[in-house]
Design a protein around this ligand. Structure first.
Ligand code: F6P
Length: 321
């Protein structure tokens, strides 16, 4: 393999730059030319592709976001659109493509590997949601988790001063990992996640029992996949008359300097993606499972639903009495 390309796609996540850096440096170390595709699949279609050098990724490991830019590109579902992307890669002699993103981005990569004559693709899990099969952690999850924890800690100060119940809405799309992990780490009284059906009446009773015992404030972490924070507040009002406030953390969760865990994860996964391309592997996603680097065929990634750690959910429940 002499030439490869790298792109970031879907929602950005802290650590994507560290992953790009790892791909670029690992490839150049092995005398492979690397091309950066700007704006994800959109750039692939529009031929927004440039050669990257060692210096292109200097001063990058610590930066949030992605210097290659990212985009959502629904038109990539069309075969004719993908043909244009393949043409742009082929005319440069690019034989390998590393796609850093979520499972929607992996689907595009899988199609490309099926439709291009001579293109191998490897996916690298980059999303704050931690919702991709085949890996214990995705790049950006740890940073977003820490951003949420810091925010909840601050909100708890004011919740306590005013003896209020706060509902904090966190991202995660259809997955509850961010809510569960942050709720456990920040000592939330209630955690609402899409994987477990919520009983608002029961939650209201729990808040009431807490107040009866002298508890002055309460924190509810609500995953966006369950309902919005405002909806949760409205629902609660049906069962209990308390002073509540809602805080939707929003895109602050997607930004910031990646944590050490995310930088290391991104570096390991980016480097491994290049190794796999050199070995002739394709249509696979890299991951980390029990601290070992692993790779899984895209079909295996799409086959099953994403699950949360039920034991952790139970524990969080037990600790929040
Ligand atoms: O997938 C990452 C994510 O941040 C989700 O948690 C969230 O639902 C979504 O992206 C928001 O997307 P956008 O930035 O396009 O509004």
């Amino acid at each position: 393999m002499k030439k490869i390309a790298v792109l970031t796609s879907g929602g950005d996540s802290p650590g994507m730059n560290a992953a790009i850096r790892a791909v670029v440096r690992k490839a150049i170390y092995h005398d492979i030319e690397v091309y950066g595709v700007y704006q994800g699949y959109l750039g692939l279609i529009n031929d927004n592709i440039e050669k990257l050098e060692l210096g292109s990724v200097g001063d990058m490991i610590q930066r949030g976001g992605t210097f290659l830019y990212s985009a959502r590109c629904p038109e990539f579902k069309e075969k004719e659109v993908r043909a244009k992307a393949i043409e742009n890669l082929e005319k440069r002699g690019i034989e390998g493509l590393v796609v850093i993103g979520g499972d929607g981005s992996y689907r595009g990569a899988q199609r490309l590997s099926e439709e291009a004559k001579n293109l191998k693709t490897i996916g690298v899990p980059g999303t704050i949601d931690n919702d991709i099969n085949g890996t214990d952690f995705t790049i950006g999850f740890d940073t977003a988790l820490n951003t949420i924890i810091e925010s909840v800690d601050k909100i708890r100060d004011t919740a306590s001063s005013h003896e209020r119940t706060f509902i904090i809405e966190v991202m995660g799309r259809d997955a509850g990992d961010l809510a569960l992990w942050s709720g456990l780490a920040a000592g939330a009284e209630t955690i609402l996640i899409p994987e477990v059906k919520a009983d608002i009446e029961e939650i209201a009773e729990k808040i009431q029992q807490g107040m009866d015992r002298g508890k002055k404030h309460s924190i509810i972490v609500c995953a966006e996949g369950v309902m919005t924070g405002n909806q949760c507040g409205e629902e609660l009002k049906k069962y209990i008359n308390i002073d509540t406030r809602v805080s939707c953390l929003g895109h602050i969760q997607r930004g910031g300097t990646p944590t050490g865990m995310d930088r290391v994860l991104a570096s390991r996964l980016g480097g491994y993606a290049v190794e796999l391309l050199m070995q002739g592997e394709s249509a696979k996603a890299v991951g980390i499972q029990q601290n070992e680097l692993t790779c899984t065929h895209f079909d295996g990634i799409f086959q099953s639903e994403h699950n949360i750690d039920n034991k952790m959910y139970e524990l969080a429940h037990q600790l929040s009495i």
